[in-house]
Write a protein that binds this ligand. Structure first.
Ligand SMILES: NC(=O)C1=CN([C@@H]2O[C@H](COP(=O)(O)OP(=O)(O)OC[C@H]3O[C@@H](n4cnc5c(N)ncnc54)[C@H](O)[C@@H]3O)[C@@H](O)[C@H]2O)C=CC1
Ligand SMILES: O=C([O-])CC(=O)C(=O)O
Length: 329
């Protein structure tokens, strides 16, 4: 071990994503093989016992990089000293719940968590919101953490990115490792836009290699955007291991950089790039270097893409209006 342990706070630790995520963090896949981690798990009181059970299993993994596990039911304690925060726990939509009800219920979670991050997280805190509606939950948390630089709050569209890479690779009969520069734009919802116009397969333009706009519009885009529902239908539960995998990828790239000649997708606060209203936490193509991300600039956006990006961004703007009206931001 070459450095002091990094504090990683995980909310919703006893949930299904938590179960798939914690072991991979402990094994060093979140931050790299030289970085010891201390886990700080946050759960609601009723689920603390289950989190304690997971902690016993983590102990049984005898992970050399795992320097400690603490379990909390209080956000202020859980985020104290956090360097990385994975906000997974959220209120799922239940029968008869309107979107405003869902936003309000999640406001009750992400507002105090934002305040707790503001109060006690480490100066280098990086936040990834996984819990849905992820982009707007991130916006709520961010707006209650005025002392933390706004760009440290991000939301997860990496699962969508990975799903799109896999579907494109399948269509082109290419290894996933040869697909580069794919982009998810907008919201982590069915309105998201997976864009292959700048993507490359083995160095060639992927849209040209596909050369099938009908497949793109009628199969690829809806398949990726509705993949979450497809998984629920098949598995009887929402994506968990693939979501945990994407959270690992998101933080790993943010901290350790994206590979040369490629980029990834992260939902980050807009600086106005590509006409996305400033402040919305929207998915963009990003390059990570030296522990920071930057939105890839200068991409030409064709008409096909423009309408789809705008539709997803408009949905984000509506969600922002809705949480404003509810007094959550
Ligand atoms: N952004 C993305 O790509 C994806 C997001 N998700 C979302 O991730 C979230 C978690 O999914 P699962 O692990 O499958 O759900 P789950 O229901 O299995 O686990 C959620 C856990 O969060 C806990 N929790 C609830 N309120 C909390 C609070 N205030 N503080 C701490 N913990 C709290 C619950 O007790 C539960 O253990 C859901 O909102 C889901 O929709 C899931 C897949 C992909
Ligand atoms: O659809 C869901 O409920 C879970 C999710 O966000 C996804 O799998 O993309």
């Amino acid at each position: 071990m070459t450095q002091a342990p990094v504090n990683v706070t995980v909310t919703g630790a006893a949930g299904q994503i938590g179960y798939a995520l914690l072991f991979r963090i402990a094994s060093g896949q979140l931050l790299g093989p030289d970085t010891p981690v201390k886990l700080r798990l946050l759960e609601i009181p009723q689920a603390v016992k289950a989190a304690e059970g997971t902690a016993l299993e983590l102990e049984d993994g005898a992970f050399p990089l795992l320097a400690g596990i603490d379990i909390f039911d209080d956000a202020k304690q859980a985020f104290a000293g956090a360097n990385v925060a994975l906000l997974v726990g959220a209120r799922p939509r239940t029968k008869g719940m309107e979107r405003a009800d869902l936003l309000e219920a999640n406001g009750g979670i992400f507002k105090p968590q934002g305040e707790a991050i503001n109060a006690g997280a480490a100066d280098d805190i990086r936040v990834l919101v996984v819990g849905n509606p992820a982009n707007t939950n991130a916006l709520i948390a961010q707006s209650h953490a005025p002392d933390v630089p706004a760009e440290r709050f991000t939301a997860m569209t990496r699962l969508d990115h990975n799903r799109a890479v896999a579907q494109l690779a399948k269509k082109l009969n290419a290894p996933v490792g040869e697909i580069k520069k794919l982009t998810i734009w907008g919201n982590h919802s069915a309105s998201q836009y997976p864009d292959i116009f700048h993507a490359e397969v083995a160095g060639k333009n992927a849209a040209e290699a596909v050369n099938d706009e009908k497949w793109l519009a009628e199969e690829f885009i809806p398949r990726v955007a509705k993949r979450g529902a497809e998984i629920i239908e098949a598995r009887g539960a929402s994506s968990a291991a693939s979501a945990a995998n994407a959270a690992i990828d998101h933080i790993y790239n943010w901290v350790n950089g994206t590979p040369e000649g490629d980029w990834t997708s992260m939902a980050v606060p807009s600086d106005g790039s590509y006409g996305v209203p400033e402040g919305l936490i929207s998915s963009f193509p990003v390059v990570c270097k030296d522990g920071k991300y930057e939105i890839v600039q200068g991409l030409e956006i064709n008409e096909f893409s423009r309408g789809r990006i705008d539709a997803s961004v408009n949905e984000l703007a509506e969600e922002r209006e809705a949480v404003k009206k509810l007094g959550l931001i």
